[in-house]
Unconditional design. Structure first.
Length: 161
């Protein structure tokens, strides 16, 4: 997706997954892949933007942002608790916290040529698509292992034992 062009036209977008275009339903993996795919291609692809486009942006697009999508008082709240490695997060920027603690510092890790190949050949077949799918699955596994607890509307619905 040409992110800068879309933004220039004012087209709203959200990071989502329907499993049709991605082998996982992990929003953490989708955020990490968003950063990998757009790394070096757009200054609009920041960790904060990834978080916004996975939370408040979808709520805005669906007209539900008065009720969900942020931590504002009075809104329904569902969240995931993530294991962190830093004891003091107060000295980090929001982008640093999202990249290092939430997403585990995602980088292209050798996929740059694959991504360029996919941009040229499309997503219908090929070795590059298989490597991208493997990377998405590995990313989802790594990030999902960091999830400690899931709460929906204030009730814990899953907890790592």
């Amino acid at each position: 997706m040409p992110l800068d062009k879309m933004s220039g036209y004012g087209v709203p977008y959200a990071l989502c997954t329907d499993v049709g275009a991605s082998p996982t339903t992990s929003m953490l993996a989708e955020m990490a892949q968003f950063l990998k795919v757009h790394q070096g291609r757009s200054t609009l692809a920041t960790p904060s933007a990834a978080l916004f486009h996975a939370t408040l942006a979808p709520a805005q697009i669906l007209g539900l942002d008065r009720d969900i999508g942020s931590f504002e008082i009075g809104k329904m709240l569902s969240w995931i608790e993530i294991a962190t490695t830093s004891a003091d997060l107060s000295r980090k920027t929001a982008d640093e916290v999202i990249r290092t603690e939430l997403l585990g510092s995602p980088s292209i890790s050798g996929l740059e040529k694959d991504l360029d190949d996919l941009a040229i050949t499309g997503l219908d077949h090929g070795d590059a698509l298989c490597r991208l799918k493997e990377d998405v699955n590995l990313t989802a596994d790594i990030l999902n292992a960091k999830v400690l607890r899931v709460s929906l509307s204030g009730n814990t619905v899953w907890e790592r034992k």
